[in-house]
Design a protein around this ligand. Structure first.
Ligand code: NAP
Length: 260
């Protein structure tokens, strides 16, 4: 790294916000960013649900706060980002990870199923990014990583979710174009099958034990295993580094094989 790059990093606020970080991929990302030297705001619907992630970070010697906010609620987002700026410093890294599924075949999908999924993934990522970019552009440095999915390529029973995850890829590319001149890169990660409560809930919904569900999934994956939250955290860690400053507007499939 050049001396200039090192100097810039020293003066930039190293504060990260990870949404949906009470558990699953978000919790692993929050812990990884803390071990990479960021103070981390652990954001989730319910503040008390963030305590475990915050405690894990603090026990490992890092710095974190728990913030309760619904990312699809404009006032909650404004308040949360302001609180992070006040308590940790200006947020320069944003990981839009909060997510839900409301799976159903199209003919059975309700208006509520559609609106809830689009609201959390798309409106949530939009609101969070708009609030955080004010700090990033002011700092002249920033990183946004959006969680897409292999479902963006189409997945039976997920018209709402696949639409949201494909939408996030367009969102990523447009923000990369708009924010690049401010030193902000924007990328997306599209995970395949990752072992979390989300995939466990899918197994339960279709009535298959999670272990059998994972085994069946692994048999279709070229590297012959399912993914872990740490697999995703490692790629986030790469995107937020200074040395990744020439990588922007990209979607990386983290799926144990090629997916597009
Ligand atoms: P998860 O275990 O279900 O965790 C998601 C977290 O997001 C939960 O803590 C949840 O809170 C929180 N959340 C939901 N709605 C929210 C809202 N409106 N505001 C704030 N937080 C909210 O999911 P995951 O498997 O870790 O997935 C994380 C991300 O990766 C999601 O965007 C998901 O779509 C994506 N992804 C996952 C997989 C996979 O195989 N697991 C694959 C591809 C992409 P509550 O617990 O209170 O609901």
């Amino acid at each position: 790294m050049s001396n200039r790059a090192v100097e810039e990093l020293v003066t930039v606020s190293r504060v990260a916000i990870v949404t949906g970080a009470a558990r699953g991929i978000g919790a692993a990302v929050a812990k990884r960013l803390a071990s990479d030297g960021f103070a981390v705001a652990v954001v989730d619907l319910d503040e008390s649900s963030c305590k475990e992630t915050v405690a894990a970070i603090e026990n490992a010697g890092g710095r974190a706060i728990a913030v309760g906010a619904d990312v699809s609620d404009g006032d909650a987002v404004t308040g949360a980002v302001q609180r992070v700026a006040d308590e940790l410093g200006p947020p320069t890294v944003l990981i839009n990870n909060a997510g839900i599924t409301r799976d159903n075949l199209l003919f059975k999908m309700t208006d509520g199923d559609w609106d809830a999924v689009i609201g959390v993934h798309l409106r949530g990522s939009f609101l969070m990014s708009r609030a955080v970019q004010a700090h990033q552009t002011q700092q002249g440095w920033g990183r946004i990583v959006n969680l897409s999915s292999t479902s963006a390529l189409g997945n039976r029973g997920q018209a709402n979710y696949s639409t949201a995850k494909a939408g996030l890829q367009g969102f990523t590319k447009t923000l990369a174009i708009e924010l690049g001149k401010f030193g902000v890169t924007v990328n997306a990660i599209a995970p395949g099958f990752i072992e979390t409560d989300m995939t466990a809930a899918t197994a339960e919904r279709i009535g298959v034990p999670f272990e059998d569900f994972k085994k069946a999934a692994a048999s279709q994956i070229p590297v012959n295993r399912t993914g872990t939250p740490e697999d995703i955290a490692a790629v986030v860690s790469f995107f937020v580094r200074e040395e990744a400053s020439f990588v922007s507007g990209q979607v990386i499939y983290v799926a144990g094989g090629p997916k597009d």
